[in-house]
Design a protein around this ligand. Structure first.
Ligand code: F6R
Length: 596
């Protein structure tokens, strides 16, 4: 994870870097730092904590440099501390680097650098010293470029770097290998960033660097090399929606994004309905096996897809966590259709699984929210979700948009396989258009008040509702730090019921009519052991049978995830707010998990 940014141009760089880091903060926020030139020497300011801590330290100094690099960190090697915060310098302080990614062979390289003293536990500092050693005092541009080329072949893993070198006050060097890095071109400036969204709003064009690229940016020019040769990369117009990352009237991005979830479904479906689907239909027609892969929330959306597709189209789906998938060596061949779900399109495990499936000759479909992400480069077909930029680390509207895209895929499967599907894309458009959803915020706030001080919570559902319970539990645990565990209702009696006593709160989801009796039996079993049940359900006849009832609108059974999930997301948010925690920046998490 981590976010890197670099600016060289006409204007003072410090504010540009700060503004960019704020937009990159979703990638990690345990420490941050900036480096710039002062009197021809490299100066560094670092702080533990969020960008605002760095900002406070920066305000104590007048920074006039028109060139700077900045970093926001998500710890991989070494704890969150000032020593481990980036930028890192070589021992002679002449090279200063920021880094996103992991150098897998850093320990081997470190062993070769016996003469160096290391101030941090990071792989980044190993890079700085290795690079500086190989530069060997060579301060001609061609020496630097040659050393960059050598370094990129020496390092194993996924990484992108921005590098300042004493003696080159007008240039920032870079390396890109498997971690994201874009180059922004503006009138009188150039930038580098882990995410195009964090480029300056005056950026006019963007260059998507390829793996193996290295080179430099300066105020008026840039140079990209690959394998020792200068290469040209296409410049595309800069269209990132910088404005959409403002919080507006909301108190957190998560609140804003839960609100936007319903429109995200609508927008995704509407856009897909207007697309040429020939390639997708062909791929479905030719598929004999279907695989679905993702991580966390994305996989939870995949679980809903698998359940509904199997029921509606009698098509078996093999589903797995991306982190497990390729190690199981699934039986994939050229007749397999592999669907990779990833909001960011940059999740390392998902990318690695996609590459594995590609190697087996399968047809790959990416369901992603980021048009320019790496998953779109690996997959044959891209199904874009239209959630807009999702800033809050806890995924909410992106999940809703994923559901919408996946239900769209189910209708295509139905068409190709000549199966009658119980819902249509219009049903999904109408949920937003005709406001077929209720979110009883008052009731949810009340529930949050009951559970906010719990140490442990249970989420229970059956069938489709089990997958909603899993996602509801993930949302709540990731932003409140309450231990939450989801169970399939019928499984409780096989051991887990032992956890239930008269202090237990159990959040139940019951939206499927055909499972009503069975789920109610499970609820009664838990209540007999003292559990206080909070029930999310459209079946109002159950409201007096539980401790607390949160009403949902009633839709066709397979469409219920579209109205059940946002109230569960809201429960997590309310609980987090009542605990005075920041929902947008949960501990130990980052928006884009670019390490395996
Ligand atoms: C949870 C959450 C994560 C992500 C997971 C996959 O709220 O955000 O579980 O869903 O890290 O990320 P993407 O979808 O970007 O591959």
């Amino acid at each position: 994870m981590c976010g890197i940014t670099a600016y060289v141009g006409n204007e003072p760089a410090a504010n540009k870097i700060l503004a960019s880091l704020k937009k990159l903060e979703y990638r990690g926020y345990d420490s941050a730092g900036i480096a710039f030139f002062e009197n021809e020497k490299i100066e560094i300011i670092k702080a533990v904590g969020t960008i605002s801590e760095l900002e406070k330290k920066m305000q104590q100094k007048r920074i006039s440099s028109n060139l700077a690099i900045g970093h926001t960190r998500w710890a991989t090697h070494g704890k969150a501390s000032l020593e481990n915060a980036h930028p890192h310098s070589s021992q002679d302080k002449k090279v200063c680097v920021i880094h996103n990614g992991i150098i897998e062979n850093y320990q081997t390289i470190k062993n070769e650098l016996k003469e160096f003293h290391f101030a941090s536990q990071t792989d980044t500092e190993v890079f700085a010293n290795y690079f500086s050693k190989n530069l060997n005092g060579g301060y001609l541009l061609e020496d630097v470029l040659r050393t960059l080329g050598k370094t990129i072949t020496k390092m194993k893993g996924s990484f992108s770097f921005a590098i300042m070198i004493e003696g080159f006050e007008d240039k920032i060097f870079f390396i890109k290998e498997k971690s994201p890095l874009v180059l922004g071109v503006g009138n009188g400036f150039h930038m580098l960033s882990s995410d195009e969204m964090a480029l300056d709003e005056k950026t006019e064009q963007v260059v998507y660097l390829s793996d193996g690229d290295y080179g430099f940016i300066s105020k008026n020019s840039y140079c990209i090399l690959s394998n020792g040769k200068i290469v040209k990369r296409r410049k595309l117009p800069f269209t990132a929606q910088v404005q959409s990352v403002h919080m507006g009237k909301f108190t957190s991005f998560m609140e804003k994004e839960i609100e936007e979830g319903s429109f995200a479904c609508f927008n995704t479906m509407l856009t897909l309905l207007n697309q040429n689907l020939q390639k997708l239909e062909e791929a479905i027609k030719n598929s004999q096996k279907v695989f679905v892969v993702g991580c966390g929330t994305a996989l939870h959306a995949g679980e809903v897809f698998k359940y509904v597709l199997e029921k509606e189209c009698k098509t078996d789906v093999f589903l797995d966590y991306a982190s497990e998938f390729r190690y199981k060596k699934p039986n994939i061949d050229k007749n397999s259709l592999c669907i990779f779900i990833s909001q960011s399109g940059e999740t390392a495990d998902t990318l690695a699984s996609a590459s594995y499936a590609k190697g087996k000759g399968a047809t790959l479909v990416a369901v992603t929210n980021v048009k320019t992400s790496r998953i779109t480069k690996i997959c044959n077909i891209v199904v874009l979700t239209r959630a807009g930029v999702e800033v809050s680390v806890a995924s909410t509207k992106a999940y809703m948009a994923q559901l919408s895209a996946l239900y769209f895929l189910i209708t295509i499967f139905g068409k190709v396989k000549n199966e009658k599907i119980s819902f249509s894309p219009t049903d999904i458009l109408e949920i937003y258009n005709q406001k077929k959803e209720i979110i009883d915020a008052e009731k949810i706030t009340l529930v949050a008040n009951h559970i906010k001080n719990e140490k442990s919570l249970f989420f229970v559902g059956r069938g489709l509702d089990y997958f909603l319970a899993k996602e509801g539990a993930l949302k709540l645990k990731e932003i409140t730090y309450i231990h939450c565990e989801a169970f399939a209702g019928g499984e409780m009696k096989h051991g887990s019921l032992s956890l239930i006593d008269d202090e237990s709160f159990v959040v139940c989801v019951l939206t499927q009519k055909n499972l009503l009796d069975k789920m109610m039996s499970n609820i009664i079993e838990m209540q007999s052991r003292g559990a206080k049940v909070i029930l999310f359900s459209p079946f109002s006849e159950l409201q007096n049978k539980v401790f607390c009832f949160v009403p949902l609108k009633k839709l066709k059974s397979h469409l219920m995830p579209f109205v059940a999930m946002r109230p569960l997301q809201m429960l997590a948010l309310k609980c987090c707010e009542q605990k005075s925690l920041n929902p947008d920046m949960p501990r130990n998490l980052a928006k884009s998990v670019t390490v395996e």
